[in-house]
Each structure stands twice: as C-alpha cells, then as structure tokens.
Write a protein that binds this ligand. Sequence first.
Ligand code: ADP
Ligand code: MG
Length: 728
Amino acid sequence: MSSFRKRALDEFATHKPERFFVENQPVSQYFGQNVFDVEKMRRYLSAEAFEAVQAAVNEGLKIERGVANQIASGMKAWAVEMGATHYTHWFHPLTDATAEKHEAFVDPSKNGGVFENFRGEALVQQEPDASSFPHGGLRNTFEARGYTAWDPTSPAFIIDQTLCIPTVFVSYTGESLDQKTPHLKSLQALDKASVELVQMFDPDVKRVNSVLGIEQEYFLVDEALFRARPDLMLCNRTLLGHTSAKDQQLEDHYFGAIPSRVMAFMKDFETEAYKLGVVLKTRHNEVAPNQFEFAPYHAEANLSVDHNLMMMILMRKIAKKHKLKVIFHEKPFAGINGSGKHCNWSMVTDKGTNLLSPGKTPGKNLQFLSFFVSVIRAVYEHHHLLMASVANLNNSYRLGGNEAPPAVMSVFVGRTLSGVLDSIEQMSTNHVTEKEIDNRMNVVGKIPEILPDNTDRNRTSPFAFTGNRFEFRAVGSSVNVASSMYILNAAVAQQLTRFRKLAQARIAKGASQNEALLETIREFIIESKLIRFEGNGYSKEWHEEAISRGLKGISNVPEAYKAYLEENSINLMKETDILTVREVEARFEVMNEIYLKKLQIEARVLGDLTINHIIPTAIKFQNSLIQNVVGIKELFGPEKYKTMSERQLVAIEKISGYIQVLREDFHGMIEARKSANQIESYSERAMVYSNTVLPYMEKIRRVVDKLEMVVDDELWPLPKYRELLFLR
Ligand code: ADP
Ligand code: MG
C-alpha cells in the first residue's frame, strides 16, 4: 500500500482518545470567564467609563478619547490578570476568515525593563496596514491605508492569552473593507424602519434588534487521514474519491449516538465556548457520516455572528488536540450531504416583543402580519440578490442538489398562515364598511398562537417560517453569514418603510388605521405571491414552475454575482445607506476574485493528483495485469491463454483507455486555464474558468473514481471515503 496512506491508516487505527478536559464545576461557574462582559466592566471600569460603554452599546453614542483611556486601562487590568500578554484588533475581511495582528502589552521602560501598557487610542483605532486582503480596487496607492475601529457592541474576549477586540475594517476614505461594517449599518437601517412602523401600534417602542440563531454544520475527519489527502489539505474538499458502498442510506448516523472520540472533542470545545460566553444549546449527529451540528441560543445579530466566527476558530484549535480536523467546507464529499449554516432570524423590540410572533388578539396579529408580509415582500423583491449572496465556489457544489437549498429562492409559510394570507387576499376592496373591517379583523384574529413546535416543517425550502422566526437555510457552512444577513436586513428595512408609507398614505386619504393596514397587507400579499411555495423545493416540477413564475435562479456562480450590479440591488444598498456603488462594485470584484482563485487552486491540485498519483498507480496496476497475462500465456500456450485471459485483456484495455482520457483531459484543462488567464478582469476570467475549466475537473473526477473501483486496493495512494468517513 502507498506508504503515505498506510501510515495514516495505522495512525488512525491506533489512536487513543484524549481524556476530557472538562471543568469539574457547573457551567454557570465559569460561563463568560474569558469575556470582558458587563459584570467585568462594572468591576474594572470607573462609573464614567462604564456609563460611556453602555451608552455606546445601547444608544450608539461616541466614546470620548479621555474615557477611552479609562476603558483601555480597565480592560488591560482584567486581561493581564487573566494572563493575557497581547492584544489584537479582531476583524472580518472579505475572505470569510477572521484577521488578527497581535501587539504585546509590554513597552520598554526608560530605566530598563518593561511595563504593561494599553492606551485608549490603541483600543479605539489601529492601522494594521493589512493591504494584502482583497479589496476590489478600493485601496489603490494613495488611499491604501486600512483602519480598524472598535465595535463596543461586541465585548472583547481572550483566546490564547490574547485580548481580542472586535473591530470594523475600513479604508482611509471610509469605505468598508469587511463584512461587519455593512452588517452593522443594515442593523441600524432595520432598527429605524422597524421602529417607525411598530410605533403605529405602540408608540413606546424605541428600538428593534435583529436576533439571530446560527446552526453550524461541520465534518470531522481524523487528522492523519486528512493529511494523507492533498486535496483536503489544500482545498478542504475531496476532489476525487468514489462513494463508500455504505454512507448515509440507512440514516443510521443522523441523530445517532455521538461517537466517543467526537464526544470528547465536543465536550472540550463546549467548555471553552462557555468560557467565551457562548450559550451552546444543541449538538447532534447530522445526516452524512462524520457530519455534526451545533447551535447556540439566539442572540443579537452582530454578537451572534461574532460568536459564530469565534467558534470556528475555537473548533479548529480544539480539534487539533484530539487529532481531528474540522471541515467547514460546504461540500467536502461528493455523493453525501454537504453543510450549511441555517440562519434563524427575527426582530425583537426593546420591550421584548418578537415582531414575528403571532399574537392572541386581532390587533397584535395585525402588527405581526405587517412585519410578516414585509419580510416576504422583501425576499421576493430581492430574491435574486439573496440567492447570489449565498453563491460561492464551495456552495456551488451543493446548491441545487437533492440535499441542499434549491438554486431558486422561495418562501415557505406553512398551511395555517397560507390560509390566512389567502383569505386576506380574497377580501373585496370596494366600499369597505366598518362592519367589513370588523369581519376582516376577525379573520386576522383567527391566527392561532402558533407555537414553533406545531408549525409544519419544510426542509426543502431555502427560506422558511418556523413559528416565530424565518430560517434562511441556503447560507453556506464556511462563510461569514453577515454577507447574507446585511442583504436580508436591507431588503426588509426597505419594505418596512414602504409598507409604513403606503399605510400612512391611506390614512391621510381618510381610511382608519386598521383599514389602511389591512389594505396594505393585502397589497403586499398580492405583490409577493409568486415567491411563496409550500411544496417540495427539490423537485424538477418546482424548478420549472419557478422559471415560469419569472423567479431568477442561479446556475453559475459568476453569473449569479451579476445580481449585485443590477439597478434594483444598487438602489437597495444606496437607499438603506449600507454600501455605496463603489463599495458594491468592489465587493463584486472580490467575490469573483475569490471564486476564481479557489477554482484555480482546485484545478492545480487535481492536475497534480491525476498526473503524479493516479496515473502512475494505474500504470503500476496495469503492469501487474500484463505480467499476469504474459505468465499465463507462457504456462498454457498461445491457444488456451486467450480464453483464460479474456476478462484480463478487457481490463488492461479499459485501463489504457482511462489513462489516455486522463492525460487528454489534464492537458485540455491546462490549456483552458492558460487561455482564461489571459483575461484581465476577475469577473470575466471567473466566468470563463467556470465554463471551461470546471467541466474538465468533473470529467477527470469521473474517470479517476472509476479507476478507484478497479485498481488493487493495496496500490491506491489516497485514503478512501470509507476510511475517511467513519469515526468511532
Ligand atoms: P432546528 O429544529 O431548526 O434544527 P435548532 O434547535 O437546531 O433548530 O436551532 C434553532 C436555532 O434557532 C437556535 O439557535 C435557536 O436559539 C434559534 N431561535 C429560536 N427562536 C428564535 C427566534 N425567535 N429568533 C431567532 N432565532 C431563534
Ligand atoms: Mg433549523
């Protein structure tokens, strides 16, 4: 057996699970221990500094320099006590990864030695340069500087003895270079639009927060086996590999007993997560073998996103201790389920009312419906852009498959609410009498208080209402979900404002408030009817119907990205003040650049594997067959050998055919890349890569996977799916 694969398999077989590193005390004792949260602020800050942070968090007020110094000094005192030696501004560039540049607290002191130092300026703003991150042309020459600025709404935390300060990342000229900035802006826009509408029902509401609960799916693979696969090492997915005879058919992994090795990892991870103030709630086996999920309790959206990114960092670190590799890639293995990051999304007022929760009275339900239909209307209006926001190379291997969100957007609301929406739609609009309005209110009042448990579940819908929230299911498992959330928030903010204005215009014309609201709800229901779909989102019929409804799906990633440049999308970003045209264009370039570069890397790795691993192996095996046939001929003579070796000869010929095709496709793929690389613009090059390079990759894989089925197992160089996928 290839020494690399053999060594990895031996290591895997003899691995002794780590003992658990679990704290021997109740979680509540150490929860939040590594976070500079309100409780620590109270302890380490002056009253003035404490008030300033609270005002910044709750009212978005600016923090004065002098106060910033006090805050920094308190933060440092806490961090140093906790053993931290460094601090870093922690930001989220356009790569889906997080970024950090550490600075030591210590400064040299005049009389020799050092002292620990952390000033207000260092807390509030840094210039990490960081010019190598993708910026889509926003950082050319004179304006090349990039700044990080403290986001006080997300508390600082300690990982690896380093104080991490969540920040935004912007250019010298103020353009956003990250995912957090537009997300924060979209939360403001949503807050403003929601408050204005909700005040028609309850004038006391001052603030509306978006709330997010993120379910994270992931795979775990033994580290030694992972390392024996160059494709996993460099691309985080298998570019080759025949499916295992048994994988997920029996559904015996899903919700099954968690393998003990994985359990050890989970417990260790959870302990550290609790220390970081993340309320992990759920853990379970997912559908595919070696696939798992965790979900924290929902929290304010910005914090939720930060927590999710922190957890991804943490999981990678903890997995290492257990000789495991975490794979966040959306489709690491062909033929079995891929991973997503379901975003459970709702809006909550400062009085604790969930605006997406149906109420008990007709009045409350009118408020619920106003928000509910505005969300549906928003998804309809920007369905194309929302779908584009989840498109990337990784997700493209998954989207449209029979396991993942369909390639076209739709909204599922469930039978009860469909019925309500339909009956409102059917109401007549002429000569509305008081009595009729009462009747209508009664219809609205009939929405039972729907508990999340008894809403019907439709797992095939990319955007489903689940009782008191919407669940956006198309988002990929490896991404920073802010990149989709800011589009959703912006789209909803836009429709909420539109809804309010239309209702107010009706009132100005003499309608009663209830009548105006009902009419506007009806208008929105009619306008957005085409996006509603209750059936099987995976079916071919739906795909055809979606097209006939005029819904735009995505079939190709660079094509999908063009949705960002559509007038409707640009206007949305401008209107809600989330991104300027220039920023949108920059993001468009960056997305194409990343798509292209990832695809290029995959093509290179696949080429290397084919030429240097697979073809030599096929030849070796073929030679053994040839020797065998030659031997038979020698022994039994030229007459008898023919009938005896008939099948062997066919096999030899077949392998020759495979090798020949692989060489041809390998060269074809290189030529396709060469010619595409001539193209200057990232977006055009990405398109050509997708149309010309990708098909070669698919062809090569098909042939290699066939070879895997015929070549002697002893000779095969790469760990196989059946070896990679079953941790115990
Ligand atoms: P599922 O049944 O969809 O797999 P999970 O229990 O795995 O659900 O995760 C549901 C997620 O939704 C959790 O993060 C949970 O806190 C979150 N959630 C529950 N209610 C709301 C809400 N009103 N708004 C936002 N998120 C919510
Ligand atoms: Mg869910």
